[in-house]
Write a protein that binds this ligand. Structure first.
Ligand SMILES: *[C@@H]1O[C@H](CO)[C@@H](O)[C@H](O)[C@H]1NC(C)=O
Ligand SMILES: *[C@@H]1O[C@H](CO)[C@@H](O)[C@H](O)[C@H]1NC(C)=O
Ligand SMILES: *[C@@H]1O[C@H](CO)[C@@H](O)[C@H](O)[C@H]1NC(C)=O
Ligand SMILES: *[C@@H]1O[C@H](CO)[C@@H](O)[C@H](O)[C@H]1NC(C)=O
Ligand SMILES: *[C@@H]1O[C@H](CO)[C@@H](O)[C@H](O)[C@H]1NC(C)=O
Length: 210
């Protein structure tokens, strides 16, 4: 029987070989014009392959361009030196889907971790809107298995990649992974994402409420 699971944190055990590892590839040019379909994901955001990545838009880049004079200009997380790419999102005024994909061949009953490295692009300023990303796992029938939000991702003095996500117990062999944002666009709510991963987790969590 399929049931919603209580939100769980990241895997506390050892991670196995990822079933999905989305690194967003690499490009010689700063802006990669490869489409989401070529990376096997969909998004409700509109792709832009040059500055400026405005509200409701995303770019796939090897380094962030400081479009507004308020952004850090980090390299991708996978390589840390811009020889790989990442997703740059300028969140919309409306709730949106940042990333959606389907992964097959999970082992039912096993615990998996769905995670991504995220970074708030804005340098510390007064009263900016903070990113808040929701990770959701759904069955092929669109029943939500588990869902967790990052909460407000703070602005920091120095750019920081932080791993966010959740673990859950697979109840179907095929699952849809969703990353959504409800925080409104405008001043702030600009972030980068990289290394979106689904991997088996060895943890036998004591007192687990899966
Ligand atoms: C960039 O980082 C990757 C992964 O860490 C490494 O293999 C590569 O040699 C680096 N390249 C440069 C030009 O620093
Ligand atoms: C690509 O995505 C589709 C649907 O989202 C999924 O069924 C398929 O397994 C994915 N293929 C790979 C190679 O990940
Ligand atoms: C899933 O398993 C089936 C049957 O073993 C295999 O044909 C298929 O290639 C697998 N898909 C993925 C994405 O590994
Ligand atoms: C699940 O939701 C997606 C996206 O809204 C839709 O394309 C798909 O048809 C739905 N699947 C079912 C079984 O309702
Ligand atoms: C983050 O988003 C979730 C899902 O919409 C919401 O429940 C939660 O209150 C939000 N957290 C903050 C700090 O805005």
């Amino acid at each position: 029987m399929i049931m919603n699971q209580k939100p769980q944190g990241l895997c506390t055990g050892v991670l196995g070989v990822p079933v999905l590892l989305q690194t967003f590839g690499s490009s010689v040019a700063q802006y990669n014009n490869a489409t989401p379909a070529s990376f096997n994901f969909t998004t409700t955001y509109k792709q832009v392959n040059k500055p400026v990545t405005n509200d409701g838009m995303f770019s796939i880049v090897n380094q962030v361009h400081d479009d507004f004079g308020t952004w850090f200009t980090p390299y991708d997380h996978t390589t840390g030196n811009g020889t790989g790419d990442m997703l740059l999102v300028n969140a919309n005024f409306l709730p949106g889907e940042v990333f959606r994909t389907t992964v097959d061949n999970l082992s039912i009953g096993l615990i998996y971790e769905f995670s991504a490295f995220l970074g708030n692009l804005n340098k510390i300023q007064y009263n900016n809107i903070l990113p808040n990303i929701t990770f959701t796992i759904m069955t092929p029938a669109n029943v939500t298995v588990a869902s967790v939000s990052t909460g407000s991702i703070p602005e920091t003095a120095v750019f920081a990649w932080v791993k966010y996500g959740m673990s859950f117990k697979a109840t179907t062999a095929s699952v849809t992974l969703l990353m959504t944002t409800v925080a409104v666009g405008g001043d702030g709510d600009d972030f980068v994402a990289d290394d979106i991963t689904l991997a088996p987790c060895s943890a036998q969590i004591c007192g687990s409420t899966y």
